[in-house]
Design a protein around this ligand. Sequence first.
Ligand code: PDD
Length: 282
Amino acid sequence: MSIAYLNGHWSKPEDAKISVFDRGFMFGDGVYEVMPVYHGHIFTLDQHIARLKRSMAEVRIQSPLDASAWKVLLEEAVSRSGEQNALIYLQVTRGVAPRSHAFPDHHESALVVTARRLRFLQGDGVDVITIPDIRWKRCDIKSISLLPNVLGKQQAKDSGASEAWMVDSGGQVTEGTLSNAWIVTERGELITRDVSHAILNGITRQAVLRLATGAEIAFSERPFTVNEAKAAREAFITGTTVLVTPVVRIDGEPVGNGRTGEFTAKLLAFYARHMDNQGKET
Ligand code: PDD
């Protein structure tokens, strides 16, 4: 069942209503998180809460809850939804105020949480296209202002692809519109872009890097060019909604043999097992 929480009240999502003067609605003045619920447990919950707190601090939005209350609220969202596999969406905005760009003198942050059923599907390879990265210079903040991402994802869809990899002015891939980008070079080097203001430090990205470290798989966190990606042996994307998804074509050109790579297939299975185990442990 889908449920919503809005500023202290639980309801069906369609019954939760916000003011037209909510600054999230007016200015995109807010931050968000998307979390996976797997076997009834919120996977990597602490990391999502930590990133949310960082995003709020970076844009000076007051936390609407005390540190300890986040977990309680999110776990209540899962139990109220009654779902074992679900997606939690959480958004904090700078609240309601007459429209004026500068912050209101005092603000009461608005908090929205929704939970809805999601079956996490893994497996089939996808196509990506490459597009210029036209976003702002603080992509490390999980801002709800997502217009460039929306346009990029739609461009991918219009071209029959699943995701768009955004490319900076130096020809280096930053990330996908809703995922982080990875390649495995011909020499077997696992690469994803290093953390900076140019990308969102994905929680899935961090989990994969931890798994790689644990399994003694060498990796480099560094930028890579579109040409490097096209010459790669394998490519994949990571994110809460896509988990680990193989990329089999870039701009219509096959990556490797145009099928899911061996490394990616293993990683995908490994990641699925990791999610399973975490679900059982907690
Ligand atoms: N997006 N990069 C961008 C631009 C993203 O929007 C996301 C996630 C990621 C992957 O981050 P994580 O592994 O923490 O999900 C990378 C979410 C899922 C969304 O907007 O729906």
